[in-house]
Design a binder for this molecule. Structure first.
Ligand code: ATP
Length: 313
């Protein structure tokens, strides 16, 4: 029998990203605030006997091995689930290689769908049905920003971003985001390498100090803490992004920043009306296909994407 499940995979922006030293595993330590946006991919999972192996199809296609396929393999390995193959179909809306965690969110959404899909089989065979924390542990093996997207919302990320704590959501509509994508991507590892070359990372003690400040004020982050310490590295590799940031500011953004490792830039607007006015102005300059008006993922959708709590947990 085939049955389908679907969900959305929201993008994220790092409204704050403090950069720390490199760990033994080669990843950098961070303190970051992940904010999920309503700009999202659609993810559909179907059990199928038409294929011999699990399969992920993206529309439009993306290059290389899909992170959602790695998520299926990691889920099977971690839970012992050995049900029939699944086909995951992803309708891409999040800019690819744009620093908005499109692949990571698709992988996290796939884990969410698999948890529901596999639960009856796992239960029948006496295996543990993974809860949200179990899924975040699997997610951490796929990438440092995947755990924060298992239940998209607003999260504080520490370690390399994979240790996450839920933050209170801001009221719906509190901030509007104008997202300006770039016709060419920027490799995340290249940006971290450039940050090292420029000597940007803080020491552990400086990161801890900054982290204390962010943690205390992460609920409604003051504008001075809306910083991305990877930004100088992204700008060093892509000086043209300075113009994008300047254009966002000129169009009224209170804060304009590179999103994560870039090259997507994002403007934060306290006044949604102003953001609505800014979007067409920026579209004129950068092309309508590169400018999106977004909001934080609304509370109702955040709640709808939460996984069932285990009684007594
Ligand atoms: P992050 O912010 O997590 O570093 P990103 O948003 O910059 O990532 P992605 O859109 O996740 O970048 O894509 C990075 C690369 O990952 C792409 O160039 C593509 O080859 C590969 N990839 C694998 N799976 C996916 C997917 N489901 N969607 C997009 N890209 C994917």
């Amino acid at each position: 029998m085939s049955r389908g499940l679907q969900t959305i995979a929201p993008s994220k922006v790092n409204v704050c990203l403090l950069l720390g030293p490199t760990r033994a595993d080669g990843r950098h330590e961070l303190v970051t605030v992940f904010q999920a946006l309503d700009l999202a991919d659609d993810v559909h999972l179907l059990e199928t006997l038409d294929v011999r192996d699990d399969e992920v199809v993206c529309d439009p296609p993306v290059e290389g091995e899909n992170l959602a396929l790695r998520a299926i393999r990691a889920f099977r390995a971690a839970t012992g689930w050995n049900g029939p193959p699944v086909r995951v179909t992803i309708t891409k809306r999040i800019p690819v290689a744009g620093g908005m965690a499109g692949g990571s969110s698709d992988a996290a959404a796939t884990l969410r769908l698999l948890a529901t899909h596999a639960a009856p089989h796992l239960g029948r065979t006496g295996r543990t049905v993974p809860d949200a924390d179990d899924l975040r542990a699997i997610a951490a093996t796929l990438g440092a920003d995947v755990p924060a997207l298992v239940e998209p919302g607003r999260w504080l990320g520490t370690a390399a971003g994979e240790r996450v704590e839920r933050l209170p959501l801001l009221p719906d509509g509190r901030t509007a985001y104008v997202v300006v994508t770039s016709p060419t991507g920027l490799s995340t590892p290249d940006v971290f390498r450039e940050a090292d070359r420029l000597g940007l990372p803080r020491s552990s003690s400086q990161l801890a100090l900054g982290g204390r400040d962010v943690r205390a004020r992460a609920g409604d982050l003051p504008r001075v803490l809306c910083v991305n310490e990877l930004e100088p590295a992204a700008l060093s590799l892509r000086p043209d992004l300075r113009d994008t940031l300047a254009a966002l500011r000129a169009a009224g953004a209170e804060v304009a920043m590179v999103s994560g490792s870039g090259p997507t830039c994002v403007g934060l607007y306290d006044n949604p009306g102003r953001a609505r006015q800014a979007a067409p102005v920026l579209a004129e300059r950068f092309g309508a296909e590169h400018v999106r008006l977004a909001g934080a993922l609304p509370r109702e959708q955040v709640a709808a994407l939460e996984l069932p709590r285990v009684a007594g947990a």
